[in-house]
Design a protein around this ligand. Structure first.
Ligand SMILES: [Zn+2]
Ligand SMILES: [Zn+2]
Length: 170
């Protein structure tokens, strides 16, 4: 019997076969990684790389093979064939590929990185020195400096940097 991973590989070949020849000729093979997560079914993390939830693949094999592998594969096609910076993740190019793959172009929140929570913004404490340079210091370092456990000097003017009281988020 085919293992689940073999079935994903077979599904990817079937998907590729559904593409018109001119697109198929541009396609590089896709690498699949598996991860343990019950919340996010799959991710496209590069033009040739997709990640599939091993947990959901075991639990909901048909759905993951059909929808998730198809959905992420369509992202790979867009990223390999189009200039990615001009394409929205689930924009018109992606929907067109989904149509070719005979899949509904729905976007479920259980799918992929486009719905991953935004990266938590980090605080930077602004320090100044004798020259015009501003120094953006990460929280941990700033705390050490406030406690006097660490001193930093500006590499340009060589004076000790001092807190301005300003905090930004990056
Ligand atoms: Zn997506
Ligand atoms: Zn300086």
């Amino acid at each position: 019997m085919e293992t689940l991973h073999q079935r994903v590989a077979t599904r990817l070949l079937d998907l590729e076969a559904m593409l018109p020849l001119h697109i198929r000729m541009e396609m590089q093979p896709i690498e699949v990684e598996y991860y343990r997560n019950k919340r996010v079914a799959g991710q496209c993390c590069g033009p040739r790389n997709i990640r599939i939830s091993q947990d959901l693949l075991e639990q909901d094999t048909a759905e993951i093979l059909t929808q998730t592998v198809g959905h992420e594969y369509a992202h790979c096609v867009v990223r390999q064939v189009h200039n990615r910076s001009q394409c929205k993740p689930h924009g018109v190019e992606w929907r067109r590929i989904m149509e070719l793959l005979e899949l509904p172009a729905d976007v479920l929140h259980s799918m992929d990185t486009s719905f991953a929570p935004p990266r938590k913004r980090q605080r930077r404490y602004i320090y100044a020195c004798a020259c015009t340079k501003t120094h953006k210091i990460p929280t941990q370092t700033a705390m050490k400096m406030m406690r006097g456990h660490q001193v930093r000097t500006c590499r340009v003017c060589n004076t000790t940097i001092q807190p301005t009281g300003e905090v930004i988020k990056i």
